[in-house]
Ligand binder design. Sequence first.
Ligand SMILES: Cc1ncc(COP(=O)(O)O)c(C=O)c1O
Length: 482
Amino acid sequence: MSMPAFKPEDTAMTGARPQLISVEAAKQLDAGQVKELFAAHLNPGQLHFLKLLGFDRILVDRAEGMHYITRDGRRILDFFGGFCSVAFGHNHPRIIAARQKFQDENRHEICMAFMSQYAAALAKNLATIAPGNLDMVFLGSTGSEAMEAALKVAEQAQGPAKSKILHAANSFHGKTKGVLSVTDSTLYQSQFKLVENRIKVPFGNIEAVRLALESDPAIGIVVMETIQGGGGIVEAPEGFWRELRALCDKHGVLWIADEVQCGLGRTGQFFAFERDGVVPDVTALAKALGGSKAAMGAMIARREVYMKAYGKPKTALIHAQATFGGMGEACVSAIEALNVLYDEDLMGNARRQGDYLIERLNGLRAKYPTLLKEIRGRGLMIGVEFQDISETMPFGLKHMVALLDDKLKGSLCGFVGALLLKEHDVLVAFTEYNRNVIRLEPPLIVTREQCDEFISALDEVLSRGVTGIVTGYLRKVAAAKG
Ligand SMILES: Cc1ncc(COP(=O)(O)O)c(C=O)c1O
């Protein structure tokens, strides 16, 4: 199809109907056309990375279960899982059916004037699942929004004299302006003015937390991911969460557990913090909550905390849900997704397949010790850490790679990921803060056979050794870079 000419004239000035792309025409766009639009109107800089990995030449038409299906008929096995947002697989039939019924019956979507039976039911389901008296729910659309709500409910409950926030090094809690201050990235924080009322400690270091709480009574909030995702699938040491709970209780501090990535059954339990038998004061979910079909985030707070912050008519609207919080079809998707999680024993599957994958990956680590450094994780949240090859890469290759992108220099992950996609139709995820870690977060429906398929593909790529992997990448992926 031919592309419409964009902005041939300023239609706002002439009043003429702007030349718009229809849904059907959008569906027909080819990879080259999408790339052009992406560069012109979305994010030209990001295209550099898509090209580097060879992702810019792939156009997905459909997605079903564990697979993306491309325009040219490739079936790509999804071990990325949208950073945990595709927990139920792509287009789960029960979630689709619930959405379809909602539409067929013309049920109401926006629930700002009237109460929503779907938002109320979803909140009740979350309160039923959450341990302790984590009973009060705020519904939003994203993880960042849920985490903003978490920080605000805690600050409002604590009051200005105890509003200082303690967060962890290498944390990721989102990129919106509030949570940005506790997202530990110089790149993301960039030139923005941050909240000054905060302190950073190393993740998982209870002595550092103890020291901070004992020396600064202004600290009233501790915020941490239960398992750090962007940090490279990093867990706190055994006993950390129980000691943190005790310290928070002793000092009157509220603990926010960010479960946006690790929650919703990913680790084999609904919340990752459940393993340690502790309950935070506030938690947040998003990503998978919308059944991999809808944008849905939730903050869940202990009843006392919520009531102290917003419990009276005078305070109720300080942080009530935004326009799209609790939309009808998104709530229906989430309600059905939670039911599917239990009906299909997806948490059991996460435990079984996760244990199996970790065992097989450790087998590969023993086979390729110069390539693989460490395998870590829980359930289907797994980090594969590669050895840093900045020192060991042959000089000639080092030079060629540096010409492509500085980021690839010491890391095998980009090469391995690109080759897995190009030659084995397998998709894996990279990691924000640790370029040597590949993240494996497949949908919770993954089968034993698909785990085997993934392991064979990785085994084949690793069997080439550093030089084979890098030259394979340069030949196959970088050569086709356009
Ligand atoms: C732990 C954690 N918190 C918060 C967020 C922010 O979620 P969102 O991208 O939906 O705003 C993310 C996203 O990756 C996350 O991993």
